[in-house]
Design a protein around this ligand. Structure first.
Ligand SMILES: C[S@@+](CC[C@H](N)C(=O)[O-])C[C@H]1O[C@@H](n2cnc3c(N)ncnc32)[C@H](O)[C@@H]1O
Length: 275
């Protein structure tokens, strides 16, 4: 967010919808929004995520079971868009050499509080995923669980930065909202099961303040867009995981619920490596 922008609390919500906004404004809004909403977000989802658990998605896929990052013995690992760094904290507990990064100081501060609570020491670095403060080829593995990518208009820049800091052959694993969800209302009930918008409409979901500034922006990419961004940055796609809703999993998370999970996917996890 630009330094002269009013804080979100001083700029109440005036309008929300699928709108074209200047990419630079949409891409920088995330920082202010996550700073302002870190506590509320963690009040709502912190228990599900746990302070030191590695959960890939609202379907509850855990790295401990899925092993999507592969063997991490001796690996240097980078998390981008880490939020309160729950995933990295779990990796620290496994003895992994990991650095968690995020653009929001508010989210990282919450991560520091989790460290105090759990006794962990998780390396936390404030960084926009589109400009990582690390040397070329300095990591073996990078990952994000719903971080950064949905909140920037230029995800190709994230992939290019990740490719730069990964050594050749290094793994890049990212979970995102399953693109098919864009066509449906973000509603966990049966109202969220009727397609009402075009899957191909790339206009972001945007919240504007009374000042006219972008308070929040979330960007859609089709499956083809994700593939083009990844391949264009030099990644080979090894797998796309579409987790099914587990039997007995009753937890609703925003638009994710057992009702919708029984019929349509909610998450896509791309498992890739740098060529
Ligand atoms: C849904 S959270 C994901 C974090 C964590 N895995 C979780 O589930 O809470 C999204 C995170 O992406 C971060 N983010 C948004 N834009 C970013 C950017 N340009 N660079 C790095 N992080 C960004 C936000 O600050 C937020 O912490």
């Amino acid at each position: 967010m630009a330094p002269d922008a009013p804080a979100p609390d001083d700029d109440p919500l005036a309008e929300a919808g699928y709108l074209d906004v200047p990419p630079a404004e949409g891409g920088s809004a995330g920082r202010g929004w996550w700073d302002a909403n870190a506590e509320e977000y963690l009040d709502e989802h912190g228990t599900f995520l746990g302070p030191d658990d590695f959960c890939w998605c609202p379907e509850g896929v855990r790295e401990a079971d899925a092993h999507l990052l592969g063997d991490l013995a001796g690996a240097r690992v980078l998390e981008i868009g880490a939020g309160a760094a729950q995933c990295s904290r779990w990796l620290v507990g496994q003895g992994v050499d990991v650095v968690a990064t995020d653009v929001s100081a508010g989210m990282l501060l919450a991560g520091r509080r989790y460290d105090e609570q759990t006794g962990a020491r998780t390396p936390l670095v404030l960084a926009d995923a589109r400009a990582l403060p690390f040397a070329d080829a300095s990591f073996d593995v990078a990952f994000t669980a719903f971080g950064a990518i949905p909140f920037v208009p230029d995800a190709d820049r994230v992939h290019t930065e990740v490719a730069r800091v990964l050594r050749p052959g290094g793994r890049w694993v990212l979970s995102v909202t399953h693109p098919v969800r864009w066509a449906f209302p973000d509603d966990p009930s049966e109202h969220g099961l009727t397609a009402t918008r075009s899957y191909f409409d790339r206009r972001p979901y945007v919240e504007l303040g009374t000042s006219g500034r972008v308070r929040y922006a979330e960007y859609h990419r089709t499956i083809g867009d994700h593939v083009a961004d990844l391949v264009g940055a030099g990644f080979v796609i090894d797998r796309v995981v579409e987790p099914e809703w587990p039997e007995g999993h009753e937890r609703t998370w925003g638009g994710w619920s057992p009702v919708r999970g029984a019929l349509i996917p909610g998450t896509a996890i791309f498992v890739t490596h740098r060529a």
